[in-house]
Design a protein around this ligand. Structure first.
Ligand code: ADP
Length: 165
């Protein structure tokens, strides 16, 4: 489709949080097609596999017809080119997010000038929220349910049966 705006929202999503889902829903209103791209990283402290994260995300976005879940490894700009996407979507929560994200955006633009990064500011209620925080809460036996969508909470309960719910 000419003039169709294809955007990639890349991330680790380990696990997906309400903050991610908020950004996906808002991104889906801007782009014609939004590809949520799960980074296939080999982090030793990863909680979920790439396949598990993708499955959870698929359940969470089932109501959004223009959102696709995919995974990638290697350079983001190469993946974006492969998917004919000119927009990279990222979220900004804090000044420190801005510092790292703006460097990445400049680097990506340098490597592939057709690529533009669009930032959405985190919604006020999600500014403090990160996958790392969710992992900390759940591994310390707390209740993560206010911070993650139900399909994610189900997986977390399976993984941490003694956590509060
Ligand atoms: P990465 O390891 O690539 O930063 P994350 O899964 O932590 O992957 O984040 C993916 C994207 O989602 C990033 O752009 C991040 O800024 C954004 N993001 C993470 N948490 C939130 C949140 N609470 N609100 C809005 N955006 C968020």
């Amino acid at each position: 489709m000419p003039n169709s705006l294809i955007a990639v929202f890349p991330g680790s999503f380990d696990p997906p949080t309400n903050g991610h889902l908020d950004l996906i829903a808002r991104g889906a209103r801007i782009a014609n097609h939004l590809i949520v791209a799960v980074l296939q990283n080999t982090q030793k402290n990863a909680l979920f596999t790439t396949a598990e994260r993708s499955e959870m995300l698929k359940e969470c976005v089932a109501h959004l017809p223009n959102v696709e879940i995919d995974s990638f490894d290697g350079l983001l700009v190469d993946y974006a080119a492969h998917r004919h996407a000119h927009i990279i979507l990222r979220g900004i929560r804090t000044i420190s997010d801005y510092e790292t994200e703006s460097q990445m955006a400049l680097l990506n633009h340098r490597m592939r000038p057709e690529t533009e990064t669009i930032f959405l500011t985190a919604s006020a209620e999600h500014t403090f929220l990160s996958s790392r925080m969710v992992k900390e809460i759940i591994t310390l036996g707390g209740d993560a349910s206010p911070f993650v969508p139900e399909p994610v909470m189900r997986q977390l309960r399976g993984r941490f049966p003694t956590a509060k719910r």
